[in-house]
Ligand binder design. Structure first.
Ligand code: SF4
Ligand code: FE
Length: 485
């Protein structure tokens, strides 16, 4: 297993092409870039915490493939206990970072692919599972950070991949020979991509026969020839080039640092291809990946909400209204919502089941409810936090003004709450809350792991409305047979 420092050192060796604000960044020093380094520090915590004996049980596990001790982020779940430990691990890491640490996406891709490749081989006699297992052994041994790359640009959403005016709106195979395949297209909103070693390309939706070229899954190094990353902007990101306080969470940043990743005719050898044309299985892969990722949200956002709640409570104390009944009530509501998020993540894990390949899969219905809760409850938690935090969240002068010789003493004097609390401490807490409850953090809670509508469509499919109707008719004394079609 790597330490956080070894992980960072390994990133410097990549020949990765990353553009940001119109400039190509130097691959060796990219991870020191002020706009990127917080995300790297956060991902590094998935390595460092695995070295901490206190978290050994959550962060490490024995590989079912090699028997070696591995980082849990490279593991294939062998039981419901593994699924539950994953959620507990995510909540714990969020409590240490206050933000996304990005490594779950590849982790979820691995677990979805493990079972899907197995079932594909059963049906078609292919050898994708064996290829994937070989790849996974290296992933585990080298303790890689692998980005999960699912979301295509999608162009006109009313059209299927092959119907698009521009055929590259979904990643597709443009060439095949005895050595491998060539893929073209792009993946968007790629969390942690610029600080990963490799990426797993997956289809983004269920496909039909006409879209067979788009049913492709493969592993590609992030610095393979033809791969170009364009790093995205965030709300208030220029604060990252200023002092520390105004950033709120200067060490770990906010959300995951997302990129647009372009694949300009990228060659992939067959050994790294795990689906190529088997459109019948693209839906299964998408659904399994999505459910594993939706499982996470009650864990990772639960931990993030713990920090938001603690931060709001600190601001109340530092401002002298921490003991007010209505503040305590709001903090209690925030805690109730946070634990509700967590309950769902634990529930979908506890209700997990083995797949045909033997690894464990979450309860898909409960996993969708878990993520769906996040799309509204985080807004409510953050709304309450902003209520508790006060209007100063939006009006506080800058750190530069605090340090200014002419006006600094005014900021120091008038931004103070309780006399015993240094102004700078109060400012730090206010900035943290501003950072965690605004801008990209909320958008990520809405759309990360799929927009709310993607969860709603799963309810109709998974929750058995027809059975509910029959049960209700029986209780009311109506013969369900009469209505059976
Ligand atoms: Fe992991 Fe949460 Fe970040 Fe997704 S949003 S990668 S689940 S920490
Ligand atoms: Fe996410």
């Amino acid at each position: 297993m790597m330490t956080g420092q070894e992980y960072k050192d390994s990133l410097r060796k990549r020949n990765i092409k990353v553009y940001f604000k119109g400039e190509l960044l130097d691959p060796e020093t990219l991870i020191d870039n002020p706009y990127i380094k917080g995300h790297v520090n956060s991902a590094a915590m998935t390595y460092d915490l695995a070295m901490d004996p206190k978290y050994e049980d959550l962060m490490t596990v024995k590989s079912h493939l090699t028997g070696e001790k591995i980082n849990r982020f490279t593991h294939i779940h062998q039981s419901t206990e593994d699924l539950i430990k994953k959620v507990k691990m995510l909540r714990m890491i969020s409590q240490n970072t206050g933000t996304c640490y990005q490594r779950c996406v590849g982790f979820d891709a691995a677990n979805a692919l493990y079972s899907t490749t197995y079932e594909m081989d059963q049906k078609f006699g292919t050898n994708y599972h064996e290829r994937f297992v070989n790849y996974l052994k290296r992933w585990q041994k080298e303790d890689l950070m692998v980005a999960g790359a699912m979301t295509d640009p999608k162009g006109d959403r009313s059209k299927k991949p092959h119907e698009q005016a521009d055929p590259d709106m979904y990643v597709h195979v443009v060439k095949k020979d005895d050595k491998g395949i060539v893929v073209r297209g792009a993946k968007m909103h790629m969390t942690g991509m610029v600080n990963s070693h490799e990426m797993i390309i997956m289809p983004t939706t269920g496909m039909g026969e006409d879209d067979a070229d788009y049913a492709v899954c493969c592993a590609i190094p992030v610095d393979a020839p033809g791969v170009i990353h364009i790093f995205g902007r965030q709300t208030n990101d220029d604060r990252k080039t200023e002092g520390e306080i105004d950033q709120g969470n200067a060490k770990f940043g906010v959300v995951g640092g997302e990129s647009l990743t372009v694949l300009e005719d990228v060659f992939v050898p067959w050994e790294n291809v795990f689906m190529c044309g088997e459109y019948q299985f693209s839906g299964m892969l998408v659904e399994r990946f999505a459910c594993y990722h939706r499982q996470n949200y009650g864990g990772c956002k639960g931990g993030v909400s713990d920090i938001v709640t603690g931060c709001a409570a600190c601001i109340a104390d530092m401002s002298g209204y921490g003991k007010a009944t209505h503040i305590k009530d709001k903090l209690n509501q925030m805690m109730h919502l946070t634990e509700t998020l967590y309950c769902c993540a634990i529930a979908c894990s506890a209700e997990g089941r083995p797949t045909a390949a033997g690894n464990y899969y979450v309860d898909p219905l409960l996993a969708n409810v878990d993520k769906h809760n996040v799309t509204s409850m985080i807004y409510e938690i953050d709304r309450l936090a902003q209520d508790v935090g006060g209007g100063i969240l939006a009006t506080l002068p800058s750190e530069a003004d605090l340090r200014n010789p002419e006006v600094g003493h005014y900021v120091e004097k008038y931004a103070r709450g309780v006399a015993e609390v240094p102004t700078e401490d109060r400012m730090r807490m206010i900035r943290l809350l501003e950072n965690m409850t605004g801008g990209v953090a909320l958008v990520e809670s809405m759309h990360g792991a799929g927009s709310p509508q993607a969860q709603k469509v799963m309810y109709a499919k998974l929750s058995g409305l027809a059975n509910k109707k029959v049960a209700a008719m029986k209780i009311a004394g109506v013969d369900p047979e009469k209505y059976a079609k």
